[in-house]
Design a protein around this ligand. Structure first.
Ligand SMILES: *Cc1c(COP(=O)(O)O)cnc(C)c1O
Length: 449
């Protein structure tokens, strides 16, 4: 056997001809991955990067169970159903035991399902024109939904000093072909919550004045697992009758490992029957309404573990602690340089993230330079342009998560201060108006992997 290593490179392109020992293959793969960033130091992501031993064990024990085979793995299916009921309860569905929902691969799939249900309901109401969806600066999954499923996307541009979709934006953009308004509860760009109650009231007014009756879908990818615990006075969920569906990422603030999201409808009737397939070739009759089919049950199982392990008191304690760590960072940041805070991790205003920009005026560096400096120490923090029509402005955002201690944040702040000193003493040679270069987020929409 020809052993790759020093003398021969590992296969890269054509399908490999020969076999090798698993230890060797493992070492090759393992070593190459050393060049990835360290997930725990990645403050650009919203996703879970700290997983306890019990959750790791459950993941490993259940990775061979296919969640779609509810007949063969009835207890996996049961745990998923319990999670759906628990979330319906957490988000104040009128009858949590009777509503309908599903685990998904993440918020993106859950958003597609919520959007599709809205499109089918609109058609059932007699909609015949070109369907449209009204939203503010949304995560890329909504652009995908609109393109993949032929829906006109009416993304309201940011006006003046606004970072969010506002209730008073709706009237001008909604009409009888608006299938749904998507409110982002924990916005990708800034972490801020959109005013869901205000939008609901405005849609009530539009309807009361003889206009269309437009439902709300809440993209609660990260806010849906925070507000119920840390800002319960904010009304954004099924307490508002106009909210027909909610998506959330279990693998973000839900604290589950990567690979799980949730889509929950207010009432069973809000998910059109045509979207539900009754699958009988797995044994029994299994309702299925996902975009994909086979996948591991381990993420939903581990999510159930998180729910019973932490409960309301545990989630509240943990998430509040993360808010405190984020606020500690925000204070240190404001003291460190010419920064203007857009979101300082206030629980009633948004998720436990901090978003900032440079104060107006000339500076010897821009935000991409700061991201570059921090990266030399392993910290991954994104700088990126805002959404239209403010895409000429750059901001930066750090998402704080379970597993990042206050000591680590102090080290981050020390690295930030060192980086700023270095940048000030060695002014950059590249033109300062370099628009979107550098850093590691080049997309119009900030990535939220
Ligand atoms: C992360 C995110 C998504 C996409 O969620 P995935 O779980 O990564 O598929 C959608 N919307 C918002 C607001 C997000 O933050």
């Amino acid at each position: 056997m020809e052993v790759p290593g020093f003398a021969h490179p590992a296969p890269h392109a054509g399908f490999p001809e020969h076999e090798m020992f698993p230890q060797v293959a493992y070492e090759i793969v393992h070593d190459e991955l050393l060049l990835d960033g360290v997930a725990r130091l990645n403050l650009a992501t919203f996703c879970t990067t700290w997983i306890d031993d019990q959750a790791r064990r459950l993941m490993a024990e259940s990775m061979d169970k296919n969640i779609v085979d509810a007949d063969e793995y009835p207890q996996t299916a049961e745990l998923e159903r319990r999670c759906v009921r628990m979330l319906a309860d957490l988000w104040h569905a009128p009858d949590p035991a009777a509503t309908i929902g599903t685990s998904t691969t993440g918020s993106s799939e859950a958003a597609m399902l919520g959007g599709l249900a809205a499109k089918f309901r609109w058609r059932a109401r007699g909609g015949t024109g070109t369907p449209n969806l009204v939203c503010g600066p949304v995560q890329v999954c909504w652009e995908k939904f609109c393109r993949y499923f032929d829906v006109e996307m009416r993304q309201v541009p940011l006006r003046g000093d606004r970072y969010l979709l506002h209730p008073d934006d709706l009237r001008e953009h909604c009409d009888e072909n608006t299938i749904v308004v998507v409110a982002t509860f924990g916005q990708t760009y800034t972490g801020l919550y959109e005013d869901v109650a205000g939008m609901s009231a405005e849609l009530d007014r539009i309807h009361d004045a003889g206009g269309p009756d437009i439902p709300l879908h809440i993209d609660g990818a990260s806010g849906a697992f925070l507000s119920p615990f840390c800002s319960p006075e904010v009304v954004w969920d099924f307490r508002l009758p106009r909210v027909k569906s909610i998506n959330a990422s279990g693998h973000k603030t839900g604290l589950a490992p990567l690979g799980v999201g949730w889509a929950i409808w207010r009432e069973a009737a809000d998910l059109p029957r045509e979207l539900i397939f009754d699958v009988d070739y797995l044994g029994g009759h299994i309702p299925n309404f996902n975009l994909n089919f086979s996948r591991s049950g381990s993420q939903a199982i581990t999510q159930y573990y998180d729910f019973i392990r932490l409960g309301r008191t545990g989630y509240t304690r943990l998430q509040n602690a993360i808010y405190e760590v984020a606020q500690h960072f925000a204070r240190g940041l404001a003291a460190a340089g010419p920064f203007e805070l857009i979101h300082a991790a206030e629980p009633t205003k948004g998720i436990h993230a901090v978003a900032w920009r440079l104060t107006p005026g000339a500076h010897p560096y821009n935000l991409y330079d700061i991201a570059d400096r921090l990266r030399t120490r392993g910290w991954l923090i994104a700088a990126y342009p805002l959404a239209p029509d403010r895409e000429n402005e750059t901001i930066m955002r750090a998402v704080f998560r379970h597993g990042l201690t206050i000591d680590m944040v102090d080290l981050l702040l020390a690295d930030l201060r060192r980086g700023l000193t270095l940048l000030t003493e060695n002014p950059r040679r590249l033109p300062l108006d370099r628009a979107h270069g550098g850093g590691f987020t080049h997309n119009a929409t900030p990535e939220t992997p």
